[in-house]
Design a protein around this ligand. Sequence first.
Ligand code: ZN
Length: 81
Amino acid sequence: MAECRSCGAPIKWIKTTAGRSMPCDAEGRTYKENPNGAAVIVTESGNVVRADIDVDGKQATGVGYISHFATCPNASKHRRR
Ligand SMILES: [Zn+2]
């Protein structure tokens, strides 16, 4: 498993359908697709969707991964690089 170069958190690289590799939090989260949702989820197959996360299992669209850029405590360093 990979880890983030700035904060050391375990991350998972997922290749999106756009052909870019995205670093995501290694832990999967249940999500429900929502165009106005607060989170951006990358699914196992590389689709990037806007969603609500940590929803009730009954309502969930599936399990996806949050972009690590959204959760990294050192994200500002990523952006400057
Ligand atoms: Zn990080």
